[in-house]
Design a protein. Structure first.
Length: 430
């Protein structure tokens, strides 16, 4: 980890500032939209715009990088982000906000692709797994810090919009001024959706449904908390609980999934998330209980994303894993576009309970489909599965491919260790 921090500290610092800015604007818009008198459906359309732009950016960014290079793409998209953040309080119109959110999603996607390419280039094969873990941890810390900043400001003013704009602008300095060389940019051609579905129906269906879950958690959490009558400090704590749960559950769930049929792990985690959301529907008024629900729901949703990738890898040859990553991320992105819209429609019709109902239905769907898939084909033997690698649902295709490489390396290491143990046992018996 010391080697990772030594080689990638400027990049990780830049990512931390970026995530604080992105996490702050997401929660702030949910609160400010209510203050501006936007309907729940209008706010959901605004929030959905980010994921539409992110989906487009994940496809367009590689083309832009190949055409003009990392540095120019990074600087240009960063300038657009800073400008868009300042414009939100200037024009309080839901359609203008939607257009700005689409722009933000597109630009952040391109910035992530660029910065993650640098991360991959800075980390050697020996420490790539630790670099990925550090990157994910920095992302989570940035989002949690953003919620604290939100709790200290006034969402009806301008300052909370200026702060993320400044943070995003500053974030480029440690990255662009570091001595890390510009990496060669390559991404694998995505596997066709038909082939991907044939390889892993559960992976495809699960990623689509979980895209809706994660997007609604990320985009509509502040809207839900505002509807529920929480104070600004309570809203910030509620959002932070989702992401703290995501970090806390990753390692134990990953360890369990590497030792049992992965579909059982998916069923169990999805069932846990469904149960938590059902409690939120039935008992909505207790704030402390709501924090616990958010912690468990976030702790289920984020690991499920990584579980579904690992499950798909179990049925792929190593040379096909990188190609599958782009397809899975795109499927997840399509689901993410619809997540806030469905959650917003439900919340507009049945109130705050709609936030939990939407997540309960989608995670329940993942659990039910995983259970059904167990009856359709035999499980891959545990000693032949790939390793679980934690990945954020907001990851770009670059991180997806890094995670695939780490999974392959860990599986090869585990296989080598098993061979050594078998050899020692044989020698002892002889």
């Amino acid at each position: 980890m010391k080697q990772v921090l030594a080689s990638s500290s400027p990049l990780l610092l830049g990512i931390l500032l970026l995530m604080i800015g992105n996490g702050l604007q997401g929660s702030l818009l949910g609160v400010r939209g209510g203050l501006e008198g936007f309907s729940t459906l209008e706010i959901s359309i605004v929030m959905s715009g980010y994921f539409l732009g992110f989906l487009g950016g994940s496809r367009a960014a590689p083309l832009l990088i190949r055409r003009v290079g990392h540095v120019r793409v990074f600087a240009a998209l960063g300038s657009f982000i800073s400008a868009a953040l300042i414009l939100f309080p200037v024009v309080a119109d839901p359609w203008v906000w939607t257009a700005l959110r689409v722009l933000l999603g597109f630009c952040f996607s391109g910035v992530y692709v660029t910065s993650e390419s640098w991360l991959n280039n800075a980390a050697s094969n020996e420490v790539r797994g630790k670099a990925l873990s550090a990157y994910m941890l920095v992302q989570m810390v940035g989002i949690v810090v953003a919620q604290w900043i939100l709790s200290q400001g006034d969402p009806s003013g301008f300052v909370l919009f200026i702060v993320p704009s400044v943070l995003v602008s500053i974030s480029f300095a440690p990255i662009l001024l570091s001595v890390t060389p510009t990496p060669a940019f390559e991404t694998s051609k995505p596997m066709t959706f038909k082939k991907l579905f044939e390889v892993s129906p559960l992976g495809c269906v699960g990623m689509f449904l979980m895209g809706g879950v994660f997007a609604s958690q990320m985009a509509m959490g502040a809207v839900y908390a505002t509807q529920a009558g929480f104070s600004l400090g309570q809203i910030s704590t509620f959002i932070a609980a989702i992401y703290i749960g995501a970090v806390a559950f990753q390692m134990p769930i990953g360890w369990i999934s590497d030792h049992i049929d992965r579909r059982k792990a998916i069923f169990g985690v999805a069932g846990m998330g469904t149960a938590a959301c059902l409690v939120g529907i039935l008992i909505p008024g207790n704030y402390v209980l709501v924090l616990g629900i958010a912690f468990v729901a976030g702790g289920a949703a984020n690991p499920l994303y990584s579980l579904l990738i690992a499950h798909t890898n179990d049925y792929l040859d190593p040379e096909d894993m990188a190609a599958s990553s782009g397809g899975l991320l795109f499927i997840n992105g399509v689901g993410a576009v619809g997540g806030p819209l469905i959650a917003g429609w439900l919340m507009g019709n049945i109130g705050p309970r709609g936030y939990w109902l939407m997540q309960a239905v989608l995670m329940g769907g993942v659990a039910a489909y995983a259970l059904w898939r167990m009856t359709r084909r035999a499980a891959v033997p545990v000693d032949e599965t790939t390793s679980y690698v934690a990945v954020m649902p907001s990851a770009s295709p670059v991180v997806g491919e890094i995670a695939q490489e780490v999974a392959i390396e860990r599986a090869e290491e585990a296989s080598h260790e098993d061979e050594q143990i078998t050899g020692l046992k044989t020698a002892d018996e002889a």
